[in-house]
Each structure stands twice: as C-alpha cells, then as structure tokens.
Design a protein around this ligand. Structure first.
Ligand code: ATP
Length: 204
C-alpha cells in the first residue's frame, strides 16, 4: 500500500487537509485516534501503564486519567521515555493494521509529531507537510481554541520548528490561502499520489 505521512504543526490545518483527501477517496488513518485506542480499557497498553504507575493513574470509571499521566511524564523525562517506548510500537502495530485493511487507492497517515518522535517513518512512502507561518498558527489557535497569544506561543515552542518539518518533506501544502485554492492543491497532489500508488501496484 502506498502511504503518505501527513504532518504539520499545531493548528496548521492537518485535519482540514486530511478531510479534503478523504473526500477525494483516499483512506485517512489518524494516529491520534490510534494513540487513544491502544490505551483504551482492556488493551495491553493500559494494563502496562497501570502496572508501572499504579491504579491512581486511572479515573474512577477505569479509563486512563490523561491529565495525571501528562503531569507524571512532564515532571520526569525518564518516565516520558518509558511511556514512549511502550506506546510507539503499539501505535505502529495499530497503524499497520489499519493500512492493511484500507480500502482506498492509497493511505494518508496523519502523524502530528512525525519530526519530534520519528516513530512510524518506516511505514511511509512519502511525507507531506502542511506548512503555515507561526503567526498564522497563533492566530488560528486564538480563534479556534480561545488560547491567549502567550499560551499559543508556549505550545509552539514544545514542537519542532517549521524548518525541521520542511527538511523531511517530499511535498508541501502552503495552507495560507482560501478554501478553493487549498482544494485545488489537494486535488493536484491526489492525482500525483494516485499515479505513484498505481506504479507501486505495478511493481508489487
Ligand atoms: P491540531 O494540530 O490542533 O490537530 P490541525 O493541524 O488539524 O490542528 P485544523 O483543525 O485543520 O488544524 O485547522 C486549525 C484551524 O484553522 C481550524 O479552525 C480551521 O478551520 C482553520 N483553518 C484551516 N485551514 C484554513 C485556511 N486555509 N484558511 C483559514 N482557516 C483555516
């Protein structure tokens, strides 16, 4: 299967872009959904987290207390490493399974932190970066989430820089224009990916 990894900074427009690819017939797989699925009740990921951090990492209803977990790994980098080494292989397996089942002519695999974590690179045929200047990210965060400018800038500082993302891109979508131009750019890329995917099929 031909797999395009879609990444971009927070509020750059990954969901907007992946929705457009889905509307054209690509199969979209979102690793944020995978990251939640592998720690759902009954999953080995959640069992391992409870064994490691204790039952206080659960909410009364038995689901993972994400805020408590975030706090633990925020305070202790080695705990963050432990958690990532647990979750990354599980998310890779989850994504591999979705890719195997995919009906579309190709898959768009959404990986917000592709540059930061490096996980999942092995599954990708190509990397597509949704790119906007930082001031656009800040103003979209303010509009969409009601964030203050300083809170938005603080989130940006925890993420990879724009140039680091662009350095791994095979294709780039500049998401600063209006909806019609964005759609046209996605349609062009879709045609390109269809022909690349057909070549992969021919050579398989
Ligand atoms: P997150 O990183 O939080 O998951 P995202 O990268 O998926 O975000 P979106 O949610 O798609 O980003 O877009 C962020 C905000 O910017 C949304 O409110 C969306 O409607 C708006 N937006 C996206 N693309 C454009 C555009 N081309 N012009 C104006 N607004 C846009």
């Amino acid at each position: 299967m031909f797999v395009v990894g879609l990444t971009g900074g927070i509020a750059s427009g990954k969901t907007t872009v992946s929705d457009l690819f889905a509307s054209l017939g690509a199969t979209v797989v979102d690793t944020d959904i995978g990251a939640r699925a592998v720690v759902a009740p009954g999953q080995t990921g959640l069992d391992a987290i409870v064994r490691h951090f204790g039952k206080q990492i659960l909410k009364p209803d038995g689901t993972l207390d994400r805020a408590a977990l975030r706090q633990r790994v925020f305070d202790e980098p080695e705990q963050r490493e432990w958690l990532e080494s647990l979750l990354h292989p599980l998310i890779i397996d989850w994504a591999r399974q979705r890719i195997t089942e995919a009906a579309g002519p190709y898959v768009v695999l959404v990986i917000p932190l592709l540059v930061e974590s490096g996980a999942l690179r092995e599954l990708l045929s190509r990397v597509l970066v949704v790119d906007v200047p930082e001031h656009v990210q800040v103003s979209r965060l303010q509009q969409r989430d009601g964030s203050s400018e300083s809170a938005a800038r603080a989130i940006l500082r925890t993420q990879a820089r724009r140039d680091q993302r662009l350095a791994i891109a095979d294709d780039v979508i500049e998401n600063t224009s209006e909806q019609a131009a964005l759609r046209a750019r996605v349609e062009t890329l879709h045609q390109h990916y269809l022909s690349l995917a057909a070549n992969v099929g021919d050579n398989a």
